[in-house]
Design a protein around this ligand. Structure first.
Ligand SMILES: C[S@@+](CC[C@H](N)C(=O)[O-])C[C@H]1O[C@@H](n2cnc3c(N)ncnc32)[C@H](O)[C@@H]1O
Length: 227
């Protein structure tokens, strides 16, 4: 599915979120504790078209390398050709399934991930939490964010209407009948919030802070591996 979506993904997500996806990526980077050393290297898990890299490289200009990890090479190919050619020397790519990954232990100073959690179930979140705990070096840092279900917010019905009705409608009209994003509302409400993955990361021994963004329409986790 993601190979099919890669051409339209960026435009769609920017327009339909009224810019919120960009704001949340920036906030996810802001929540990343500062890596301890200059020239750090790390992973962008479920990297897609590398939307978070400009924010990451702006905040930490001395990052040595980002390895994009994604199951879809279509997303990455397009990203490198159209968007990131000028920073290609700092980007590596690993076509990999994070749920069955053999990324080396203690190989990352940081792990970042934006909008890659909602399609996974709790068992898969546990696998991901174990992967993050394994690949981080002692003292390594992480931050992740995902669109969530803003339970208790009085405008929640309107927000869910936007996700479940407006987005599929825009998709059918603007994206000429594509059906690739019609599940976003369902995925986000099934996901709930990042509170579950926060617990799983703590179970792995990581220090974790949980944050709600814009009334809980997005939630995130950030923290550090002791050491
Ligand atoms: C919604 S996109 C997020 C892209 C980007 N990080 C962003 O900020 O928009 C989710 C990405 O996760 C990738 N993905 C889905 N399942 C995966 C898996 N099991 N392992 C690695 N990547 C996966 C997809 O190919 C897709 O590029």
């Amino acid at each position: 599915m993601f190979d099919r979506c890669s051409d339209r993904y960026i435009t769609f997500s920017l327009i339909c979120s009224f810019g919120f996806t960009e704001r949340w990526r920036r906030q996810c980077v802001a929540a990343l504790p500062a890596p301890r050393l200059a020239g750090t290297r790390g992973y962008d898990l479920m990297a897609g078209t590398g939307e978070v890299w400009p924010h990451l490289l702006k905040r930490f200009g001395d990052i040595g390398a980002i390895t994009a990890v994604d199951i879809s090479s279509g997303m990455h190919r397009r990203a490198m050709e159209r968007l990131h050619a000028h920073r290609a020397h700092r980007i590596a790519f690993n076509e990999d399934n994070v749920l069955a990954s053999d990324l080396p232990p203690e190989s990352a100073d940081f792990v970042i991930s934006t909008f890659g959690l909602k399609t996974f179930n709790p068992e898969q979140h546990a696998q991901l939490a174990a992967l993050i705990a394994r690949v981080l070096k002692p003292g390594g840092v992480f931050s992740m964010i995902e669109a969530s279900d803003p339970k208790g917010w009085w405008l929640r019905p309107l927000y869910l209407f936007h996700l479940r009705v407006v987005l599929p409608l825009v998709e059918r009209t603007l994206l000429r009948g594509a059906q690739d994003f019609a599940m976003i509302g369902t995925y986000s409400t099934n996901f709930g919030s990042a509170a579950g993955i926060a617990r799983l990361l703590r179970d792995q021994g990581l220090e974790v802070e949980f944050t709600r963004y814009f009334f809980g329409c997005a939630t995130g986790v950030a923290g550090r591996k002791a050491g």
